[in-house]
Write a protein that binds this ligand. Structure first.
Ligand code: NAP
Length: 259
């Protein structure tokens, strides 16, 4: 399917690895030029070069912490006109409700709620002026079904979801579509480190932890970054122009709910 976005430019935050990289690859395959970002430059430069070599699109790689004001300024400086914004950053650490104090919440809100909001605030006016834009926020299945040990993530992502629910409806008439993409378990470094934590806690191998978690998913496997990226690229496409303020779950059936 021609996604109709060849020649447009996208900022994909936190995209040297994992789900962000999957989104960058799928957009590049659709002919979209990219601004890619991560804190570490080694993996970022390697991923950017692999995308240039494979898809022949322009890629600007900016090493910066997207959750800091300085980092965001650096990334935005490199991107003159952006048509597509994919918001992403690392997720907050797991724990117990009694572990977290105000500073922990402020850090999680900064990373997973206020950073995407700041980037939308910076980029929506240009998209609205040009009459076309797409924003996809990578959140989590925990928005639909909160995960007990991810209280910081549950809180920050619910806040972002509420903001998007209102804002998406204020900008839709200008040809700008904002939606959220909610990953369930996908095979990335983040998932591996969660498996490692389970293995350490339960005295089992990482493979056993992986198999145990896969068994809880109706699809009986983890999702791939390619599947995730393809869904993101569709949400950024011409065909998604009537999708406004939605929360699209990609979780192999884990969240058992009809709505
Ligand atoms: P990942 O494999 O650990 O990759 C994270 C990527 O983000 C890396 O490229 C990393 O590079 C970059 N990054 C992290 N913090 C950053 C920051 N502050 N500024 C700029 N770049 C940053 O993680 P993932 O699995 O793709 O997860 C992406 C998001 O989806 C996370 O918020 C996660 O909580 C959420 N999620 C993931 C899953 C899953 O199963 N994978 C499920 C639900 C939700 P550097 O470290 O070099 O910065």
């Amino acid at each position: 399917m021609d996604l109709g976005i060849s020649g447009k430019t996208a900022l994909v935050c936190a995209s040297s690895k994992g789900l962000g990289l999957g989104c960058a690859e799928a957009l590049a395959e659709a002919g979209v030029n990219l601004v890619m970002n991560a804190r570490g430059s080694e993996a970022l430069d390697a991923s950017a070069q692999a995308i240039r070599d494979t898809y022949g699109v322009e890629v600007t790689a900016i090493a910066a912490d997207i959750t800091s004001e300085d980092g965001r300024a650096k990334v935005l400086e490199a991107a003159s006109q952006l048509d597509i914004l994919v918001n992403n950053a690392g997720g907050p650490p797991p724990g117990l409700w009694s572990d977290w104090d105000r500073d922990d919440f402020i850090k999680a809100l900064d990373a997973n709620m206020l950073t995407p909001i700041a980037l939308m605030k910076a980029l929506l006016p240009g998209m609205m002026d040009r009459g076309w834009g797409r924003v996809v926020n990578i959140t989590s299945q925990s928005v639909k079904a909160p995960i007990p040990q991810l209280g910081l993530s549950n809180a920050a992502r619910a806040g972002l979801t509420g903001y998007v629910g209102g804002t998406a409806r204020q900008v839709a008439e200008f040809g700008v579509n904002i939606n959220n993409l909610l990953p369930g378990i996908h095979a990335t470094d983040r998932a591996s480190s969660l498996d490692q934590a389970v293995a350490d806690r339960e005295g089992i191998t990482v493979d056993e932890a992986h198999a145990k978690r896969s068994a809880t998913i109706p699809a009986r496997r983890y999702g791939t970054r390619q599947e995730f990226g393809a869904t993101c690229a569709f949400m950024c496409s011409q065909h998604a122009g009537f999708m406004v303020g939605q929360n699209i779950l990609l979780d192999g059936g884990s969240t058992n709910a009809t709505l």
